[in-house]
Design a protein around this ligand. Sequence first.
Ligand SMILES: CSCCC(=O)C(=O)COP(=O)(O)O
Ligand SMILES: [Zn+2]
Length: 236
Amino acid sequence: MASSDSDALVTSSDPLHPANLIPELCRGFYHLGWVTGTGGGISIRQGDKVYIAPSGVQKERIHPTHMFVLPYPQPSPHADRVFLRRPAQNLKESACTPLFWNAFELRDAGSCIHTHSQHAVMATLLWPEKEFRISHQEMIKGVRIGGTGRALSFLDTLVVPIIENTPNEEDLRESMHEAMVKYPDAAGVLVRRHGVYVWGSDWEKAKAQTECLDYLFEVGVKMKLAGLPTILESYP
Ligand SMILES: CSCCC(=O)C(=O)COP(=O)(O)O
Ligand SMILES: [Zn+2]
């Protein structure tokens, strides 16, 4: 595709176009401490196109012209990744791409967010087993079954699987896939000593859900450090 044609894929005066939204959302995520030090980010799938930010760049400073656009689904899962658009600059697509793809393929997600939030990291340290669990918190109601289903109730226990980190982000693909199959109701996957992946049926729901989960990781960590139980047998 000629570059002017492919530039049209990321050029729009609509602030809700994914190429405009991703830079704006990343600026907000940076100020929450979710995407500092270049890590983390968000991908948006709109119909048959996926929008992905570059790897290893300051995520709060990305521009619509830095965006990669990929066809969804990809023509072959075994062949090299196919792009509808690559930026003119010498940039590589986010190393999170295969992880974002897990959310699109396994949950039909419209967006997936990866944060390096310290709340998520601390939760993986204070819950040394394979699950983060918390009950009886109002913000549980902001989390959906499987990330894209109906909302949980105040009386549901929130369970988020924890997978072990790998030296390279893309090598998390398989263990994230396994966790998503084993925990079909989970709205996200924590990565020990690293962060979290959260998805939703669109970017608004993915963002709101990431905010609720991040709040629950933070409050869970504080409760644990205060010696309070994070699971109640009964309430009130
Ligand atoms: C200091 S970031 C280390 C790599 C990482 O965890 C990450 O999320 C990288 O994402 P990118 O989009 O920059 O490839
Ligand atoms: Zn990361």
